[in-house]
Design a protein around this ligand. Structure first.
Ligand SMILES: [Mg+2]
Length: 474
């Protein structure tokens, strides 16, 4: 719980600051229609979209995603409801992912609409000044610094400094006897961003760091307990790209690391935090961004319902259902301090480190703000989940998982992998949500005028043709 205090204080502060600033600068007037957005239908709900398997597969746009976006934006390309894109990807910056989505979906998307698996790391201020080893691929050093870490060491830096450690690939072994070439500072924590490229190298060097307590000049100490703090983003065992079958995800890498550590030491590997879906912390962050969007757009109605659309039972559906369970408990309790205790007891936040202990007013006011009371899960069939038969009408009897693909530290609860709805694709999901919420996007007068003009043009054309026919006959 201590760890959540700076988290929510940070969110609250940023929320109000950004919302006030943007509310003052960004008007809600529709330039073409000249009408205030407050006069338009205002949403009481927000959407959380998974990306891979819902909007895209690899680099390919899923056709239904284009239709879904058309339903969700006005004539200026602005979303008519709060939308966040929640991905377990962690190999790029939020801005980079926002730019990719803007390009592929054809509408402007900001980084404030993106939650990546590593986004909550910015709240772990306790580690930001420590020397951390990062594992993953892509610009992990840049990402680590972007989320607040100041003293970062990569696997490549370790390998170059200690050339005798990475020996699995015979071709990468040093040809001549080597000694450490650059002395690295003692590593104080390990951050796992995502699956690396050379798994054997990362597995070997991470185990070395853990068993030497960060000092690679020392031999392994298999009895050392506890090991260095370990934080991991993205627990997906598999993910769906262009191939017919799912691909290994970071969760598979974690399975390897956990089993190697257990085999060597006889003890369980302990995580100080697990982030990304289905971690509850990720949904807290997403809900905050949705509320923030509503404030910026001057939508006055509180956001009471969330809908999470995904293709993965063990991440998207499990996470949404677990957050829904939390929301229901929160609604029942109606007490900020008790709520904080529930947060600490039910999710990844139990393992969050904390730097400040006081319960301040910002924390309480953040929880006291109008927020969601439910989070509905919607499963699409365009990604990891592949129904053998047609989409069944009774979802409650259709999902029977026989193998738990979730992370070791998450309990398998059959109720949490039951989606509230199953639809074919994301366009159907949007239709379903609008229907559930009885939400009809406002007809933009400019768009309506354009339709009228087009119709008049057709009518005029038909009239001209009719006149010409008469003339020809005469
Ligand atoms: Mg997915």
């Amino acid at each position: 719980m201590r760890g959540l205090l700076p988290l929510f204080r940070g969110l609250h502060t940023v929320s109000n600051r950004q919302a006030r600033r943007k509310a003052g600068i960004v008007g809600s007037r529709c330039g073409l229609c000249g009408t205030q957005s407050v006069n338009k239908p205002q949403p009481k709900f927000g959407l959380l979209f998974d990306i891979d398997g819902v909007l895209v597969r690899g680099r390919m746009l899923i056709p239904a995603a284009k239709l879904a976006v058309e339903k969700l934006v006005d004539s200026q390309g602005r979303f008519v409801v709060p939308v966040v894109f929640v991905t377990n990807a962690g190999n790029c910056l939020r801005q980079t992912k926002a730019d990719q989505l803007s390009h592929i979906l054809g509408v402007p998307i900001t980084q404030d609409q993106v939650v990546m698996s590593h986004s909550p790391l910015r709240m772990f201020k306790k580690f930001h000044d420590k020397c951390v080893l990062v594992s993953g691929q892509g610009p992990v050093l840049e990402i680590a610094k972007n989320v607040g870490f100041k003293n970062v060491v990569s696997i490549d830096m370790v390998r170059e400094s200690y050339p005798l450690l990475d020996m699995v690939d015979h071709n990468r072994r040093p040809k001549l006897p080597s000694t450490p070439v650059v002395s690295l500072p003692t590593v104080e924590a390990v951050i796992l961003f995502g699956e690396p490229i050379r798994w054997e190298t990362n597995l070997q060097l991470i185990i070395d760091i853990l068993l030497t307590h960060g000092n690679l000049n020392s031999p392994h100490q298999t009895h050392a307990v506890p090991h260095l703090p370990l934080l991991a983003c993205n627990m997906d065992l598999m993910w769906m790209a262009e191939a017919n079958s799912p691909r290994f995800g970071h969760g598979t890498f974690l399975v390897c690391l956990e089993n190697i550590y257990k085999k060597i030491t006889g003890k369980d590997l302990k995580y100080d935090a697990l982030m990304g879906k289905p971690s509850e912390l990720t949904y807290h962050f997403a809900e905050y961004l949705i509320r923030s969007q509503a404030m910026q757009r001057q939508w006055k109605l509180p956001i009471t319902s969330l809908y999470a659309i995904g293709d993965n039972l063990m991440t998207d559906i499990y996470g949404a259902n677990m957050y829904n369970r939390f929301l229901e408990e929160r609604a029942a309790i109606k007490n900020p301090k008790a709520v904080a205790q529930v947060v600490a007891a039910t999710g990844s936040s139990t393992a969050m480190p904390g730097g400040e202990e006081e319960f301040d007013s910002m924390w309480e006011s953040e929880l006291a703000l109008p927020s969601a009371t439910s989070c509905k899960s919607i499963l699409v069939c365009t990604g990891v989940y592949n129904p053998i038969a047609e989409v069944p009408s009774d979802a409650s009897r259709s999902i029977k998982e026989t193998v738990f693909h979730g992370h070791r530290d998450f309990r398998f609860d059959p109720a949490l992998v039951e989606p509230n709805y199953i639809v074919q694709d994301v366009a159907e999901a949007v239709d379903l949500i609008f229907q559930q919420e009885k939400f009809v996007p406002a007809v933009c007068w400019a768009r309506l005028l354009a339709v009228v003009v087009r119709v008049l043009g057709v009518v005029r054309g038909l009239a001209v043709v009719a006149v010409l026919r008469v003339v020809v006959r005469v």
